[in-house]
Design a protein around this ligand. Structure first.
Ligand SMILES: [Zn+2]
Ligand SMILES: [Zn+2]
Length: 476
């Protein structure tokens, strides 16, 4: 058996995950986020709202040759075009006491004071610079807050999709009539959303990479997607009881479906407890999260205890609505909840990169193993023969019991040391330290000669393992 061979890494690399997310739920034909990457425009659907000099409103021809803002004539021109207050502030190039919508309103009021006729000008309903997008900012902020709940603090990254034709049209008008240095639509809209979110959520910070929350806004449909990134907690666990699997184990009969079956008494689980849930459930509840993943530095069999300093692990808590909590408090809750089953220690916050470190670490391990000997030889012979195995290199062929899921091959593993050999009638116990990936039970019973040398081999009698404990994992 191999209690400590790290399982295959099932974690999707983060970048790939982002890729999945970026396209999740959208038909490939129309990706609303495609403007997040520079794409060559095919120009086939260019729709012009303003066609130069023959544009007329209210019977008057617009003066497309007016000077750009902040010249009064430029501002009057923008008002005639139907520019909204938000955009008027954005492209007007005037200093105002307030910003945004209110800033634009005061620029408009000044312009009306200069030119009475401007006030009676019948402008188009939709602002040509934003199609009234800024009116939706509050609505969008509301949706973000709804989906993220009470997130005390954290870093946010916001992505916005603005229809391509609007971007092009806005750019055309802005380059010609806006004050030099005016902010483009997308950047200004993003800023308006961020300002709105900051006002509603305390202590948030906006970042360009590795956010706690990734928010994607589609300005065409006003759809808001919030991806809450997981949090990671490092620790060590001791497993004090046999019969507990490391990770959640779905019921074999019903394959763990939600409503369970008769065999699992409706739990969907093959074993009621797992190290994953004994640790993960208290964290999931405290952090208002959806689920957990458990990453151990290798794993022991269900019937093997893990003692000593315990086994390093990283708990991944998925879609948490709370990102930080008092680790000591949760640790105490876990330990009192799981008395006699497991115990955790050394908790600290960490990140995804430690998951790979934990999974790739090949640490030596120390065990205590107890077994029975069918025809036990003299005690001194037993002690001598077993002690002599200290320092040998084992040849281990993949054990029969795991051959259905692992390739059949020979491997060499070193027995670093053996001591404390104890004989009681036909039962023997000893301590052994060996290289990562050693099949320790097989070292004793030989797996019908697949492990050479072995205790059964040197004692020339069949041996049967009674129990096995991991005493230490020599890492961290
Ligand atoms: Zn506008
Ligand atoms: Zn079941």
């Amino acid at each position: 058996m191999n209690p400590d061979e790290p399982e295959a890494d099932e974690t999707t690399p983060e970048e790939e995950e982002w890729q999945l997310y970026a396209t999740a739920g959208y038909a490939a034909a129309e990706d609303p986020w495609d403007d997040l990457v520079e794409v060559e425009d095919d120009e086939d659907e260019e729709e012009e709202w303003f066609d130069g000099d023959d544009f007329e409103t209210n019977g008057q021809t617009l003066d497309w040759d007016s000077p750009p803002c902040p010249a009064p004539l430029g501002i009057a021109h923008m008002i005639r075009l139907g520019t909204c207050n938000h955009c008027l502030h954005r492209v007007g190039g005037r200093r105002t006491e307030e910003i945004g919508e209110k800033g634009g309103a005061s620029i408009r009021a000044e312009a009306f004071a200069r030119d009475k006729e401007l006030e009676s000008y019948e402008a188009p309903d939709l602002c040509p610079l934003c199609e009234n997008l800024f009116e939706d900012v509050d609505n969008i902020v509301e949706r973000i807050v709804e989906q993220t709940g009470e997130l005390g603090h954290g870093s946010l990254q916001v992505g916005v999709h603005v229809p391509k034709d609007l971007i092009q049209e806005e750019d055309r008008i802005r380059t010609r009539h806006a004050a030099p240095g005016s902010r483009p639509l997308k950047a200004a809209f993003l800023e308006a959303v961020q300002t709105g979110v900051s006002a509603r959520m305390e202590g948030v910070e906006f970042v360009k990479e590795r956010p706690d929350l990734m928010i994607l806004i589609d300005c065409l449909t006003l759809r808001v997607d919030v991806d809450i990134r997981p949090v990671f907690i490092y620790g060590r666990y001791r497993k004090l009881d046999r019969g507990i699997p490391q990770t959640r184990w779905p019921c074999r009969a019903c394959r763990g479906r939600a409503e369970g079956c008769e065999a699992c008494e409706g739990t969907g689980l093959q074993y009621p407890d797992s190290v994953q849930d004994l640790i993960g459930e208290p964290f999931r509840l405290v952090l208002s999260a959806e689920d957990t993943s458990f990453h151990g530095m290798g794993r022991e069999d269900i019937d093997v205890r893990c003692l000593g300093r315990g086994r390093p692990f990283v708990l991944e808590v998925k879609r948490p609505k709370v990102r930080r909590t008092d680790l000591e408090e949760v640790m105490e809750a876990v330990n009192s909840n799981a008395t006699g089953k497991i115990e955790i220690s050394d908790l600290r916050w960490t990140n995804r990169s430690e998951v790979s470190r934990i999974k790739e670490t090949r640490a030596e391990k120390s065990y205590t193993i107890r077994f029975s000997v069918e025809e036990p030889p003299e005690e001194s012979f037993i002690v001598d023969s077993i002690t002599k195995l200290s320092g040998v290199t084992l040849e281990q062929q993949t054990p029969k019991r795991v051959s259905h899921r692992r390739a059949d091959k020979n491997r060499k593993r070193k027995v670093v040391s053996i001591d404390n050999v104890l004989v009681e009638d036909n039962e023997v116990q000893f301590s052994v330290r060996c290289e990562a990936g050693t099949y320790v039970k097989e070292l004793v019973h030989s797996d019908e000669g697949r492990t050479v040398p072995s205790v059964a081999g040197v004692l020339e009698s069949p041996c049967e393992v009674i129990w096995l404990d991991v005493e230490d994992i020599h890492a961290d």
